[in-house]
Design a protein around this ligand. Structure first.
Ligand code: FES
Length: 117
């Protein structure tokens, strides 16, 4: 028998962004509605503003006909039909909700065991 223990540590808040593209014209997909550009704009904005939120690109959030689709985790709400025009306001909301982290010196941010002795 094999057992598996899931990590019980609280998961860092993340914004999941669907970038799935389907090549059959009769099937909906978020990438066909511009989700790649929107995901890039969200990633750049979150990094630039130093918002305390991770981002993940995924290949489907099960909301294909309503995309581009995003979701906050853990247990968060969906954002459907997101457009590039929505990005600045969405970033404002995420910044208010999750806060920002202070600017850090990149050398200070490295794990200690990578710095050598
Ligand atoms: S293709 Fe984006 S939610 Fe399914």
């Amino acid at each position: 028998m094999t057992t598996y223990h899931r990590d019980k540590k609280p998961r860092r808040p993340s914004l999941l962004m669907c970038v799935n593209r389907r090549y059959r014209s009769d099937q909906s997909s978020c990438a066909a509605r511009g989700s790649l550009k929107i995901a890039k704009a969200m990633e750049d904005g979150i990094r630039h503003r130093r918002i305390e939120l991770a981002t993940e690109r995924l290949c489907c959030l099960g909301q294909c006909t309503e995309g581009p689709a995003m979701r906050l985790t853990p247990g968060g709400e969906y954002f459907l039909g997101v457009t590039l025009a929505d990005v600045p306001g969405f970033l404002d909301r995420l910044e208010r909700e999750f806060g920002t982290h202070p600017e850090t010196d990149e050398a200070e941010a490295l794990p200690v065991d990578l710095l050598g002795s």
